[in-house]
Design a protein around this ligand. Sequence first.
Ligand SMILES: Cc1cc2nc3c(=O)[nH]c(=O)nc-3n(C[C@H](O)[C@H](O)[C@H](O)COP(=O)(O)OP(=O)(O)OC[C@H]3O[C@@H](n4cnc5c(N)ncnc54)[C@H](O)[C@@H]3O)c2cc1C
Length: 264
Amino acid sequence: MYAFDIHRPETLGEAARLLSGNEDAKLMAGGQTLIPTLKQRLAQPSDLIDLGQVGDLKGIREEAGGLTIGAMTTHATVQFAPLVKRVIPSLADLAGHIGDAQVRNRGTLGGSIVNNDPAADYPGAVLALGATVRTNKRQIAGDSFFTGMFETALDPGEIVTAVHFPRPDSGRYMKFRNPASRYAIVGVYVAKTGGAVRVAVTGAAACAFRWTAAEQALTRSFTADALESLTVDPSDLNSDLHASAEYRAHLVKVMAKRAVAGMM
Ligand SMILES: Cc1cc2nc3c(=O)[nH]c(=O)nc-3n(C[C@H](O)[C@H](O)[C@H](O)COP(=O)(O)OP(=O)(O)OC[C@H]3O[C@@H](n4cnc5c(N)ncnc54)[C@H](O)[C@@H]3O)c2cc1C
């Protein structure tokens, strides 16, 4: 690692001031991605701004019938929170399948969505649940937040403060995981609210996306069989040592059908 200065602000305002105008400063949440990146010398920040002491960024509360979860809330907190289990159980289940216990105890919701790893789980939840990302400057619709591989709609110097997840009537996330890292080779989150169905896919492509053909088919008939005639075009999907694009395309349908079957 290179030498850097570390700051431990206690308020959001202080964190924003430290970040503002310093292009070489980097925010740190749980450090689960950032620290390995520094160790591999893939980033060389002059200053690390550790958000761990900013109390306003932690916690889970019920709001407008859904859940507002602070950016610094760990995956383990989401996994075990009785409030999440009661209001959006599929979200608690998703959090409980991220990485291993160490990763879940350090990794955060904000760090996960800002990093926007193509294989991360939370982007699927943000899209399927129609969530809104809140920052220290504005609110960003989840549908517009993920802009590309490891890229988001955040401006330089912008800090994610929380994510608001509306409550679906029912939801289910199914992932085919990498047995070593537990990242999603393919993950599909299906959420049903009234007559509307949202289907989000993660792990398969450069960036999580909504599978609109499946949404339309499930809106007509909410059964796993309704997906049978659909195919997923592999040409835009990832191919790597873990799975070919064709295999991922196959898995998208399999995971979507399992998610729907689990909601019946
Ligand atoms: C071994 C291993 C296995 C994993 N398995 C999975 C898995 O199965 N599924 C999965 O989804 N993820 C997985 N992860 C990722 C993990 O869950 C973390 O969410 C991810 O690494 C981000 O870590 P972090 O929250 O500690 O953020 P950090 O590493 O501290 O930060 C990540 C990035 O986000 C920025 N950032 C952090 N917080 C904010 C904020 N509030 N506002 C603006 N920018 C911010 C930082 O500047 C940095 O660029 C795994 C990670 C590891 C190491």
